[in-house]
Every structure is written in structure tokens, then in C-alpha cells.
Design a protein around this ligand. Structure first.
Ligand SMILES: Cc1ncc(COP(=O)(O)O)c(C=O)c1O
Length: 271
């Protein structure tokens, strides 16, 4: 069972002289109370492996970004996942399901076309679990992310920009067709992607908010996050509004999204 209780105040651990300065009302623009919903039995985590550190990300109540008088707005801090993004979750969901289904066996190779963060997630989780990870990334996407994928142990091929993400997908599929030990992660089509968000991201949000949610806004690439979270929340309360936000030119998320409530799907396009 979980209960809401205060776990600390920033000033509690400061030495006396510093405490006066920190507590000075003139300097205290933002109250420094930290509250959290934690289990009576919970302890700070000690992880046996990196996969145990994915998820259970905190929510931050936004104050300065939100106009006065508007609804309370909270951001889920997915950048705190070990690979630096929400895509660590998709990587775990896809790899676990493939292992359960016998599509990925010891010594196997995980193959994927990726713009960046999924590649980092797959490299982080896949290499950790003993697999080879081969990624195809169109040239226009970040070199820094490719360096991280390689540092984590993945093999990365850059694909021509003119062919877009479809070109990277084609090359990934060709590799899988030629290697019987290879498994295509297939984040754009693989139902394990939204399923893992349904099981983890959505449940966390629902529990952190005590179920009091009017609307949820989700950034979209594959729409795995959107589909999993929106499905869970709408099952809990059909009145929850779900908004998908995608960058212009990103048309890859069609399948996961279209399969979910096409009649009340709303999309915002941003630069
Ligand atoms: C940082 C970040 N947030 C959100 C998303 C969207 O995730 P999804 O592929 O589940 O739509 C992506 C991937 O495109 C991402 O890299």
C-alpha cells in the first residue's frame, strides 16, 4: 500500500549558517518542500542491473510555465531514465516480449531503424542482456546520439538522408532476412511497444495523480507511448482527453495511433 508523506525539506540537511540563508523569506522564491508518495516498505533503490532503473520517474508540477488560473499541469520526467528518454521503456518491453515469444535467443542480434533514443535504449538494455545490437540511423539525425549508441556497444550504420526513415527500415529488414539469429525490434509496428507503456508509464501516471486526470498530452514518434497511456487512462475514465503532439514531418506513428480510438483522436502538429 502506498501513502503520501513528506520525505524531506531541502533546508533540513543544511548546516545552521546555510539554513538561515536558505530559509530567508526574501530568498525563498520557490518553497523547497519535497513530498512524495512512497510505500511504507520502500527503500532507496539498489539495482542489480540497469534495467531495474528504467521507469518509476517522478512528476514535476509546473509553476512558471503555466498561466495563472489554469489547470494544474505536471510533467513526467522521462529524461531521468538511464538512457535519457522514455524510449528505454519501449526497449525493455520489446526485448522482454521477444524473449518470451522465443524470437530472441542467447547470442542473438537485435536490429532496428532509429532516429536516436530508441537506439540508445536498445543498446543500453540489449547489450546489457548479452545481445548484439545493430542499428540503422539516417544521416540527418544526431551524431552525438550515435556516439552514445556505439559507446554502449551497438554497431551503427548511417543511411542516406534522401531515403528517410523508410530507407533505414528497409536496410534493417534486409539484414534480418539474411541472419536467422537476428530479431527486428520494429518499434513502429511492434505491439510490445505500446503494451509496455500501458503496463508501466500509464499506471505510474495514474497512481502518481491518484487517478485525478482531466487530460494527458504526449509527444509522439511511433505513438507507442501515446497509445499505451491513452488506452489505459481512457479505460479508467472515458472522459480523459488524450492529445498527441508530433513534430512536423514525423508521420511514422500512424499505426499504433490509428488503432486506438480513431474516432476521437486529435493531433497537434508543432515545429
Ligand atoms: C525523447 C522522446 N520522447 C518521446 C518520444 C515519442 O515516443 P513514442 O515513439 O512512444 O511515440 C520519442 C521518440 O520518438 C523520444 O525520443
Amino acid at each position: 500500500m502506498s501513502s503520501r508523506r513528506e520525505i524531506g525539506r531541502c533546508s533540513d540537511s543544511a548546516p545552521a549558517a546555510d539554513r538561515r540563508a536558505i530559509d530567508d523569506p526574501a530568498r525563498l522564491l520557490v518553497p523547497c518542500n519535497v513530498t512524495s508518495k512512497i510505500s511504507e516498505m520502500s527503500r532507496l533503490r539498489v539495482a542489480d542491473d540497469i534495467t531495474q532503473l528504467v521507469g518509476e520517474t517522478p512528476l514535476l508540477k509546473l509553476k512558471r510555465l503555466v498561466p495563472a488560473g489554469s489547470a494544474d499541469v505536471f510533467a513526467k520526467l522521462e529524461y531521468l531514465n538511464p538512457g535519457g528518454s522514455v524510449k528505454d521503456r519501449a526497449a525493455i518491453g520489446i526485448i522482454r516480449r521477444a524473449e518470451q515469444d522465443g524470437k530472441l535467443a542467447p547470442g542473438g542480434t537485435i536490429v532496428e531503424a532509429t532516429a536516436g533514443n530508441t537506439g540508445i535504449g536498445l543498446a543500453l538494455i540489449g547489450v546489457n542482456r548479452g545481445y548484439k545490437v545493430k542499428l540503422f540511423v539516417p544521416e540527418r539525425f544526431s551524431e552525438e546520439k550515435v556516439k552514445i549508441m556505439r559507446a554502449l556497444g551497438a554497431e551503427v550504420s548511417r543511411t542516406p538522408d534522401v531515403e528517410g526513415m523508410q530507407g533505414a527500415i528497409r536496410q534493417a529488414k534486409a539484414l534480418v532476412a539474411s541472419d536467422p539469429t537476428a530479431f527486428m525490434a520494429g518499434q513502429f509496428e511492434n505491439p510490445a511497444n505500446p503494451a509496455y507503456h500501458y503496463e508501466t508509464t500509464a499506471r505510474e501516471i495514474f497512481e502518481q495523480m491518484d487517478g485525478k486526470i482531466d487530460a494527458v498530452v504526449l509527444g509522439c514518434g511511433t505513438s507507442g507511448t501515446f497509445s499505451g497511456v491513452a488506452r489505459f487512462l481512457k479505460e479508467k475514465s472515458p472522459r480523459v482527453l488524450a492529445y498527441a503532439v508530433e513534430t512536423q514531418g514525423s508521420a511514422q506513428g500512424g499505426r499504433h495511433r490509428r488503432e486506438l480510438y480513431p474516432e476521437n483522436f486529435r493531433s497537434l502538429s508543432v515545429r
